[in-house]
Design a protein around this ligand. Structure first.
Ligand SMILES: [Zn+2]
Ligand SMILES: [Zn+2]
Length: 417
């Protein structure tokens, strides 16, 4: 049997198995095995018990004549096989590097609360095994023939998305996260290039379209850059859109990974920042960032702040009564919710009308704006406060995130695997 092959840049792609060959080297048996593995890696899998280090091994794929860094290959990854299962090391497939692709050796991956929500099924049933991680920084190890912004050895960042149609009105407006034909998110999303679903940054390698990789200036401490890819852009984008200006007063609600980035980014703009937290043990760190900490359960303290703020950003990832916090805003101000993705509770129509308050949502940012926030952080020396862990410590880190025992972001050092 002969197989269809297509030249993609320097690589001859096999349309049967999505691997690369300089000629057709594999047998029928190889193709069947690879198809089965693709299915196992895709939505067809339901048996979490199948999660073993080799269950989606693509070892036969390694035998191609393409340059080793260009060929499809297995990558070590850390996966959850169910909502409450411990992380295990498995092998996942990463596609061959296409003409517009960048291949990264992942150096650091941030742990975002979204990872936990996703694996726990809080936002709908996820696909298992789930390899989370959408705050990725890595070294470029291969580039496709049409890649222009990266060369081998550069540092690249990948955030919450890895693909979109590139043609719809939203994509053309640099809002790829709102692609009308469906954004491909970094993990747990239908993979329109390789089939199956996407695997995220808790892994050693990833292949991503160049458009979805941002340049990380070498002047930055790359062990601290990863959280900018989600926490940074998620809080930077609303400050841009609602034009937070110097000397304006912003309230940031929830001082975790996102919230502390919001504080730092707002301070860098010259804004006055009130950090509303439930954790008194974060007060010192918040003051060190240049903000004023307030317990948002302290009604007396809140009363003193009534009608004082030009804008608020809430990063609280669970439902809570928002009206007491809206009352802290001036006339015409906007409360931007970036954390709570369920029903918004406790709003008072009379109070909103009286103050002409707006309540708004915002979700990450487009690729152009993600590059902007990375450049902004490099220029203004804004970096998250991170605690570096090994991949073997992911379970413990997740427990501590849920216990709010982290100041302020865990970053997995993939080289400590
Ligand atoms: Zn995130
Ligand atoms: Zn689109």
């Amino acid at each position: 049997m002969s197989y269809v092959h297509t030249l993609q840049g320097d690589i001859l792609m096999c349309n049967k198995c999505r691997s690369s060959h300089s000629q057709a080297p594999h047998s029928d048996a190889d193709v069947d095995t690879k198809r089965r593995h693709l299915l196992l890696g895709g939505s067809a899998i339901s048996a979490a018990a199948a999660l073993t280090p080799s269950f989606i091994s693509f070892s036969s794929m390694a035998q191609t004549n393409a340059a080793p860094n260009m060929a499809a290959r297995d990558s070590q990854a850390w996966a959850a096989s169910g909502p409450n299962s411990a992380f295990k090391s498995i092998m996942i497939p990463r596609r061959a590097v296409g003409p517009k692709d960048v291949s990264l050796e992942i150096l650091y991956a941030g742990i975002c609360h979204s990872d936990i929500h996703t694996v726990h099924g809080d936002w709908g049933a996820p696909q298992y095994p789930c390899v989370p991680g959408h705050e990725i920084v890595g070294r470029v190890v291969a580039v496709g023939s049409q890649v222009t912004r990266f060369k081998v050895g550069d540092i690249g960042g990948v955030g919450c998305m890895v693909n979109s149609c590139g043609e719809c009105a939203n994509c053309l407006a640099d809002r790829e996260q709102n692609c009308l034909n469906g954004t491909t998110f970094t993990y747990g999303s239908e993979d329109k290039i390789s089939g199956g679903y996407t695997f995220g940054g808790y892994s050693k390698q990833v292949v991503v379209r160049e458009h979805f990789v941002v340049n990380v200036p070498t002047s930055m401490d790359i062990s601290r850059v990863a959280p900018i890819m989600c926490a940074g852009i998620t809080t930077f984008s609303p400050m841009q859109h609602w034009s937070l200006e110097k000397n304006q007063h912003i309230g940031v609600v929830g001082i975790g990974g996102l919230g502390h980035m919001a504080v730092k980014l707002a301070i860098a703009r010259g804004a006055k920042v009130t950090a509303l937290t439930t954790s008194r043990n974060k007060f010192e760190a918040i003051r060190a960032m240049g903000a004023e900490p307030v317990l948002w359960t302290d009604n007396n303290a809140l009363r003193g702040l009534t009608a004082s703020m030009d804008m608020m950003i809430s990063t609280i990832p669970y439902p809570f009564s928002m009206q007491p916090l809206l009352n802290l805003m001036k006339l015409d101000a906007t409360f931007v919710n970036v954390g709570q993705l369920g029903t918004i509770d406790g709003l008072n129509g009379m109070m909103m009308g009286f103050n002409r308050h707006s309540i708004a949502g915002s979700m990450i940012g487009g690729m152009k704006e993600t590059q902007e926030v990375v450049n902004y952080c490099a220029q203004h020396n804004v970096l998250p406060d991170v605690e570096i862990i090994k991949p073997s410590e992911i379970d413990e880190a997740w427990r501590r995130v849920q216990d709010k025992d982290i100041q302020f972001r865990f970053v997995i050092d993939m080289q400590q695997a």
